[in-house]
Design a protein around this ligand. Sequence first.
Ligand code: ADP
Ligand code: MG
Length: 701
Amino acid sequence: MNANYLQTPIAYLKGVGPNRADSLKTELGIHTYQDLIQLFPNRYIDKTQYYKINQLQRNSADVQIIGKIIHIKTVEQQKGKRLVATFMDDTGKMELVWFRGQKWIRENLQLNTPYVVFGKTNFYNQNFSMPHPEMELLSEHEQGLKVMMQPVYPSTEKLSNKGISNRVISKLIQQLFSDLKGIFSEALSPAIIDDLKLISKSEAMFAIHFPQSQLVLAKAQFRLKFEELFYVQLQLIAKNMLHKQRIKGFNFDKVGTLFNEFYTQHLPFELTNAQKRVLKEIRADLGSNAQMNRLLQGDVGSGKTIVALMSMLLAIDNGFQACLMAPTEILAQQHFVGIEALVGSLGIHIALLTGSVKKSARKLIHEQLENGELHILIGTHALLEDKVQYKNLGLAIVDEQHRFGVAQRSKLWHKNDIPPHVLVMTATPIPRTLAMSLYGDLDISVIDELPPGRKPIKTVHRYDANRLKVFQFIREEIKKGRQIYVVYPLIQESEVLDYKDLMDGYESIARDFPMPEYQISIVHGQMKPVDKEFEMQRFVKGETQIMVATTVIEVGVNVPNASVMIIESAERFGLSQLHQLRGRVGRGADQSFCILMTSHKLSTEAKTRLNTMVRTNDGFDIAEVDLKLRGPGDLMGTQQSGMLNLKIADIVKDNDILKTARFYALQVLKDDPSLRKEENSAIRTTYAQLVKHKNIWKYIS
Ligand code: ADP
Ligand code: MG
């Protein structure tokens, strides 16, 4: 009865009705009783504690203090007057202040009589003060019924305008509790509850809405956060296991001659330990009879391509074809040229398929794919066209996966009856905690080590006022034969202004770096593609020494001789973008530099971003900071994920609980994959409810 009852539309709850139901739906997404009961308070007003004046903290929350008024006076100020009372306990003095209703207060307040005051405090001129306190005589306070911790629920201005105040919400929730007699079905197994010493579901629900002390509140929060994260993990892990059971994959059972010959004779460098480890992980997947579905993360320059190539050799050794899809023509082209150079002598047939391949050539590629003459196909979205049919595609690799939608990726899958193994590669580091929740259904490999001999890029922060010194530095680098990027931000809302910045910047650089000694390229989004390409090529060929650009150069440009990246108005870029831009340099043998230019006015957050960039080159480290600054919603690729729509847990702050939840979810499923055991019946029921009402699968790639 409990579960069905909770699915009742909110309009039917006593005290709601159609109008309020509408507001609750649009403002807070509350459609059912269940949604309301899971509207958890943001914070609590603590009336269980009495503070002493000398215990007050600056910016402290609402506090409750016992003391006496010893003096009261009216103070004239610029506009009107204020009433100020001196309030004192046995540890010190503070002020109570009123701007409104002064007459009534003055007439009714009793001097030298114990009061309990309650409210927020301010700290000014070495003094604490409390404006418009709630006040009660101590004698009355002691007799009255004490509200302990008052919950404060999430709300919006519209809701309060419609009279749905915090008190109303609180009442509605009380109503639900009394209808349910405070009983909620247990959602976790006795073993887990025992192991973690959790309080019961009913106790937790009561305590989260009506806490009697900080201690029970903490227990309730832990229990409910754990439960929420446990079910997220359970869903992801179950999906992954189901996938491995159900989705048969090609079995690449041998490491053949191509792989071995390449490894022993053609590999141009020693693999890093991280590359070796990842190859082993992939190799194990490919020989496991189940379809591989793996995410490979590695910072820019960590050497993902060679891992992709060697995985493709494994496929070919086992009689299969492989494909590699990249998000842009430039990248696809680069992969094609690089891979041809590495394995061309092994007698492998490789073709490049992009939008600009001519019709006749395209037809030939289609034929050779179908009859099996082609071993490796590299390309862009063009790979997804229906005309592209393989003889036996065994491995599909997607580079820079965040630039492709889920739908596009799954298209690759359906090219065969048995889906090919899939490896998606990304240089956008996703913090492990987030990856666990976002891609918990994928297996994850990480290349966390750069090839040896790379000189870390030196990053500095300079103010605009020091521009002349920066220009002098550029001159010296150009003298050494290096090339320079100067990047301007381009942000939609202020596009006109941004272009003005870009053009002004270009002109000032052109003045300081005059022709013919210096040549400058300029590239931005409003140029025709041919002009853009022409300017890019001039820089690639080394005909120009400076490239002035907007962020269009973020992807795909590879000019090893470029060793200085100057980012203008760096405070306006997000961390991940700064990191991507910096990745354009540091690709050659020379020491590279990144110079972050800003004005003097910087927000605290901007300072944190700049300091982080100066401090580290590690993409994962940067991603962690980014996650803390912005929350998970803004991180690349996370928008699509409904998984992050958490009601009580916080994926960043509750990281430890997340790990615990994952551990237990894994244990439960390992021991009882289909949740049939009696001891897991509560989990089975809850899980079934979740799947039924949330339509969770659609969120998961
Ligand atoms: P990304 O991970 O960004 O795709 P790439 O695969 O393009 O990186 O590799 C970047 C550069 O590093 C390439 O020039 C590649 O040849 C080189 N490289 C890759 N692995 C190693 C290694 N183990 N030792 C030395 N150089 C390597
Ligand atoms: Mg790459």
